[in-house]
Design a protein around this ligand. Structure first.
Ligand code: CP3
Length: 354
């Protein structure tokens, strides 16, 4: 009898094995934004829901779009379909999406704005449909597919709550951090606390892994990076692991550069997701030495395809072959991607023997 046959079915999930530190002959694979507008079936379900937020809050349809890329491609993980901006909305911010432009929120600039937010206990009134989506997925996903829950990291979520939109340099959040540090710290603390409760509820509903998206970590430098990216990730990870021993955590301090080094050890995360601004060889030498890494193909290859896609995919698999690795993009797939290129990427990863 093989060792695998003696263990629980969950232990056969390749994503969980990589997160536990195992080096696999073929890296498991999933893709950021794998449920999204590049898929015609996603666009059809979104139209059925009415709009993006109605889709997020409709458990049946949100579960359906989560399952679509699993059916089409057989990814090793499904990521819950939701958005990082649902937490600000649950805390009382207004949230809407402008077609072709992105999210808009009411803004917070001072302590009064932070004080006006709802208590953390109240978030579940808004977020309960998300937990329902997780429950549906635990029933409907193939047994070998890992279910990943997620939330935005406090800094990234704060940048949207302060500016009321996405910003190229996160200027308004940096200004508040410098000019109103106490109110800024109170906002970070509030989001941190809400995020712990939100992820905890996702885990209780059946999420097997959680990922913390710090998409704008790269604009924090030095002490600010430690204080507002690393420290909240550490706090969230510690609280989740205290409540749910053994729950694996993936941290994504995007564009952290040298900040990736030691991030897993310092935060307690089981895996660090790497963007494509660093080479896989560098990440293998400096980050994978501490454990599992995820990444890091440029999402532009999903638009352009061809031999360059194959070559770079192989380069990444080769660079990370001596340690635990989950294959992924360096950031989310874009709406102009060709679904055929996703199939080519998966084929390349699964057939390559470095
Ligand atoms: O990865 C997945 O498939 C799971 C679902 C998911 C979405 N957003 C769905 C979504 C996840 C994990 C996110 C995370 C998210 N949302 C982040 C962090 C990751 C990152 O990309 O850096 C951020 C910053 C957001 C905030 C957000 N949501 C923005 C800036 C936008 C508009 C930009 C865009 O791509 O249109 C969204 C909308 C959004 N979230 C879409 C999807 C599928 C597109 C909405 C649509 O269908 O019109």
């Amino acid at each position: 009898m093989t060792v695998a046959a003696q263990t629980a079915p969950a232990a056969d999930k390749t994503i969980l094995r990589a997160l536990a530190g195992e080096t696999l002959p073929t890296p498991p694979i999933w893709m950021m934004r794998q449920a999204g507008r590049y898929l015609p079936e996603y666009r059809a379900t979104r139209a059925q829901a009415g709009d993006f937020l109605s889709l997020c809050y409709n458990p049946e349809l949100a579960a359906e779009v989560t399952l679509q890329p699993i059916r089409r491609y057989g990814f090793d993980a499904a990521i819950l379909f939701a958005d990082i901006l649902l937490v600000p909305q649950a805390l009382g911010a207004d949230l809407w999406f402008v077609t072709g432009e992105g999210p808009r929120l009411s803004t917070i600039t001072d302590q009064a704005g932070v004080d006006a937010l709802k208590p953390v206990d109240a978030i579940h009134d808004t977020l309960s449909p998300i937990y329902e989506t997780v429950k549906i997925l635990t029933r409907e996903l193939p047994t070998e597919t890992t279910l990943i829950g997620f939330a935005g990291a406090p800094w990234t979520v704060a940048t949207y709550m302060i500016a009321g939109r996405g910003t190229p340099d996160q200027g308004p959040a940096h200004a508040m951090r410098e000019n109103a540090p106490e109110a800024f710290d109170a906002l970070i603390a509030k989001i941190t606390e809400a995020t712990i409760d939100y992820l905890s509820m996702q885990i209780e509903a059946g999420a097997e892994v959680v990922k913390i998206f710090d998409s704008w970590a790269g604009s924090l430098k030095g002490d600010a990076f430690r204080r507002y990216s690393l420290e909240p990730a550490r706090e969230i990870t510690a609280a989740l692991k205290a409540r749910h021993p053994g729950i694996p955590v993936i941290a994504f301090p995007r564009e952290a550069g040298d900040g990736y080094i030691g991030f897993a050890k310092a935060t307690g995360a089981d895996c660090v997701a790497i963007d494509n601004s660093v080479s896989p060889e560098w990440a293998a030498a400096h980050v994978q030495v501490d454990g599992c890494v995820q990444g890091n193909l440029a999402s532009s290859h999903m638009v352009t395809g061809g031999q360059a896609l194959i070559d770079e995919t192989r380069q990444i698999v080769r660079a990370f072959r001596n340690g635990p690795h989950i294959f992924n993009l360096g950031h989310g797939i874009t709406p102009d991607a060709d679904p055929e290129n996703v199939a080519l990427m998966i084929e390349t990863v699964r057939s390559f023997k470095p």
